[in-house]
Design a protein around this ligand. Structure first.
Ligand code: AMP
Length: 297
């Protein structure tokens, strides 16, 4: 499983989600959870992370079902990471109500020998120092490292984040976070500044406007799949990341990885929490992929 397998580090959470229409507590979430569910459709996935002894059985059952290897998922005494988020009517603005690191605060990830040799590593959104600890233990010089982050870490852990970027190959980042991280105000100047920090491939995520991948030789633009009704955008970015890296692990092209990422992200926002991606059927995924494949440019 060394050549086609994905290792994910990120948060495993109990979320409070408030949309203009619904409010739900203790939703099984976190960047790893969304990325795992998406990635497991294309490649075997290993997880490194921690949950507290309050993590519900249905959460563990989900991990057992979708992950291939849980050797490095620890259950310790204490509280699982908790995050609360509130969406406004326009869906684009999200307020963080709280972020409680809980057991992640003192987590020291130790990679078991098999996880030190994965072909693909997804550093999903979590404190950059934890992302770096995973990079430090990787023994595969050919591993492809994809990183995601968020405004909180740009504001509070910039040095650590720069260190991670200098060791990563592909960065997935929102348009507004790219501007925040670089101080630049056009996409091309942001991309140039980000490439100077390490990763040569930059994927700028533009929410309902799709995404653009920039590499040294290529620029690929993908639309978002047009959906009728947003239910809950939580996890769309992580789902995008899991869908993207797992296709690369499966030997597919960048185009196909972007198509898969966008399709799974479109499904994610159509349901509450992980619901719609968990319930997605192959026919619908194929239909959406064909739609985006005709339009990728
Ligand atoms: P997204 O909507 O793609 O940004 O992902 C939302 C998920 O990220 C939620 O399930 C949260 O539990 C998780 N999350 C939110 N803030 C953080 C953070 N600071 N570090 C790690 N995970 C987070």
């Amino acid at each position: 499983m060394t050549n086609d397998s994905v290792l994910i580090v990120g948060s495993i959470a109990l979320d409070l989600i408030e949309t203009p229409y619904e409010r739900k507590e203790n939703v099984i979430g976190g960047s790893t959870t969304y990325a795992l569910i998406a990635a497991s459709k294309s490649a075997p996935v290993s997880v490194v992370g921690v949950v507290g002894d309050d993590f519900p059985k249905k959460g563990m059952d989900l991990y057992k079902k979708y992950a291939h290897n849980l050797n490095d998922l620890k259950i310790v005494s204490g509280k699982t990471f908790r995050w609360g988020g509130r969406y406004r009517e326009n869906w684009d603005d999200r307020d963080t109500i709280y972020t409680e690191l809980g057991v992640f605060e003192s987590f020291n990830p130790i990679l078991s020998p098999s996880n030190q040799n994965r072909s693909h590593i997804f550093l999903a959104n979590i404190h950059p120092d934890l992302q770096q600890l995973v990079i430090d233990q990787n023994k595969n010089p050919d591993a492809l490292i994809v990183v995601d982050t968020m405004n909180l870490w740009i504001n509070t852990a910039l040095d650590g984040l720069k260190n991670v970027l200098s060791n990563s190959h592909i960065l997935l980042i929102n348009e507004s976070e790219a501007a925040m991280l670089t101080g630049q105000n056009t996409i091309t100047s942001c991309v140039r500044a980000l490439q100077d920090k390490g990763p040569q491939i930059i994927v700028i995520k533009k929410g309902s406007k799709g995404a653009i991948l920039f590499s040294e030789k290529d620029q690929i633009t993908i639309d978002a799949y047009p959906i009728e009704q947003v239910v809950d955008p939580t996890g769309a970015g992580d789902t995008f990341g899991g869908g993207f890296i797992s296709c690369l692990a499966n030997g597919e092209t960048m185009d196909e990885a972007l198509i898969n990422a966008s399709v799974l992200a479109s499904l994610c926002v159509e349901g509450f929490g992980t619901g719609a991606v968990l319930g997605a059927n192959k026919k619908e995924i194929t239909l959406r992929k064909n739609y985006l494949r005709d339009r990728i440019r």
